[in-house]
Design a protein around this ligand. Structure first.
Ligand code: SAM
Length: 505
């Protein structure tokens, strides 16, 4: 099985009446280690012009073709929701029969065990009005459709077509067990599956299954509770790199126990405050003031109280890089340039504590008064951004950052602060060697100052993480520096916003 650094393609199959758009939020929620590819059913969404399927078997063949065309050499997994779960299950069986390499995992979501069928919820004898009632109960009718009787008629027609497929489907008991692990994802308040026992999936899989329940979730939790559902799926798809015996042996240190994994997980949730869900500060690009789990996972909002703004997925990336460094024994300290309230640097220190590392330091470099004012001699792109206008939020005094470290019990002499503008502090910083440099200063100059002064100190095997790779001036600095220094190590995406690479020479 691949580790969390290996690319994994997750093929997603939508529910009856649904389109690929149902999984729109999932890429941001799962992060860069997983590539989400949602299938469009024939006759739906972007494939509306094609004739629809005549059977679940035909849909499963279409799904199998989608997987073989899209998996390339990557590891792959499947998530099918409701009717999509049945199509995914049949498709995985088909690929197994054809000898295609096994999936890392099949996740069947909100889908009754196939030997029982979908039940009579929208069978042939049900009237359109009953179907509408049922769909309203599920909350599956998009408001723009509910508002128009023509659109409503069309939508109900689509759902009934899909219901005919599930009604007509006859389960074939498997001759051999499925050749991949199976997760059964289940909503505790889902009217479609309430009459069934998720454990019955064991019979259809021919092997034990892992049941994951969202206690109060209705049928459409893949959109309504996407962040919680994605957390469960992710935990099954990407087991923590420290959990396997090989990772333990490779670190040469005592076995990492479950308590350590739990501490790291809780630290990430606390630092991003996905626990108490503080509202974001309104900004030009995100005027909303309601907490949005998707933005917080993807690090797209400015939290009002959380100690980091980088989001859960970029903290996952920090953990991945650190654990690779420790496993491979890459020498050097860690540095973050641009720490704001300190959250990511606190996480770096927490990772050292969790892994019992006492011979590496975390360097936290910041002006501790916000972004620099860029004069006419500065980079024109930086000047245009005028980020210093945000300094009432961006400028966090050093004393506050120290207090934040202290709040986690993580302020000690393994933490060093470099206070001042990067151009002044970094050239003479008493940092001997680095294994991780995390750049989070947003601007061209801030990124370039960090690369120029720190990259020569980065060990081979060490990581450069660029938090703001999506910001044009930041990416420009990265490309200019790499070009000037002949660096061609592959830049990998983290979550559609940040990126990183590993130094190979
Ligand atoms: C986006 S915030 C960093 C977010 C932080 N890494 C986190 O985990 O939430 C950017 C920080 O970079 C600092 N900064 C940007 N350019 C700088 C420079 N040239 N010198 C010193 N500090 C700088 C700002 O003071 C601010 O605290």
């Amino acid at each position: 099985m691949g580790g969390p650094g290996d690319r994994l393609v997750l093929f997603c199959v939508p529910h009856a009446g649904g389109t690929a758009a149902a999984f729109n939020a999932w890429q941001a929620l799962l992060g860069g280690a997983v590539e989400v590819r949602a299938m469009e059913h024939a006759g739906r969404g972007t494939r509306a012009a094609e004739p629809g399927y005549r059977s679940i078997g035909e849909a499963a063949k279409d799904f199998a073709a989608f997987v073989t065309a899209g998996a390339g050499g990557a590891d792959w997994a499947v998530l099918g929701h409701s009717m999509g779960g049945l199509i995914a299950y049949e498709g995985v069986r088909l690929l197994q029969e054809r000898g295609f390499r096994p999936a890392r995992r099949l996740v069947v979501s909100a889908c009754p065990p196939p030997q029982h069928g979908f039940g009579p919820v929208w069978g042939a004898g049900t009237s359109d009005a009953q179907v509408v009632d049922f769909l309203l109960r599920l909350g599956s009718i998009p408001p723009e459709i509910a508002a128009s009787s023509d659109a409503m008629g069309y939508y109900v027609g689509l759902v009934r077509e899909d219901a005919r497929l599930t009604d007509a489907h006859r389960h074939r008991p498997p001759a051999t067990p499925l050749n991949c692990p199976v997760t059964v994802l289940w909503g505790g308040a889902d009217p479609v599956t309430e009459a069934f026992d998720p454990a019955d999936w064991r019979e259809a899989a021919g092997r034990p299954v892992d049941i994951r329940t969202l206690p109060d979730a209705g049928h459409l939790y893949i959109t309504e509770q996407a962040a919680r559902a994605a957390d469960l799926v992710r935990a099954d798809l990407l087991p923590a790199p420290t959990s396997g015996p090989s990772a333990r042996a490779a670190t040469g240190r005592p076995a990492v126990d479950t308590g350590v994994e739990l501490y790291i997980d809780l630290l990430k949730r606390t630092l991003t405050n996905t626990v108490y869900e503080d509202p974001p500060l309104p900004s030009d690009w995100a005027p909303d003031t309601a907490y949005d789990p998707i933005s917080r996972h993807a690090g797209l909002d400015w939290p009002s109280t959380a100690h980091t703004m980088v989001g859960l997925r970029r903290l996952d990336n920090v953990q991945y890089c650190v654990e690779q460094i420790l496993a491979d024994g890459v020498p050097g300290d860690f540095i973050e340039t641009g720490v704001w309230r300190g959250g990511t640097s606190i996480f770096l220190r927490g990772l050292l504590r969790a892994h019992g590392v006492t011979d590496r330091r975390v360097w936290a470099a910041d002006s501790f008064r916000g972004m620099p004012v860029v004069g006419p001699e500065g980079h024109p792109g930086d000047a245009e951004l005028e980020t210093h206008l945000l300094n009432d939020v961006m400028g966090v005094p050093l004393e506050q950052v120290r207090r934040n470290f202290e709040a986690y019990g993580l302020l000690d002499d393994q933490v060093r602060f470099l206070q001042g503008w990067f151009k002044d502090t970094l050239p003479t910083a008493p940092v001997r060697s680095l294994s991780l440099m995390r750049l989070d200063g947003d601007l061209y100059e801030s990124t370039m100052d960090a690369l120029t002064n720190l990259y020569p100190k980065l060990s081979v095997g060490g990581f450069v993480i660029v938090d703001d790779y999506l910001i044009k001036v930041c990416a420009e600095a990265v490309h200019d520096y790499r070009r000037a220094n002949g660096i061609d190590d592959e830049i990998k995406d983290i979550d559609g916003y940040g990126a990183f690479w590993r130094r190979t020479r």
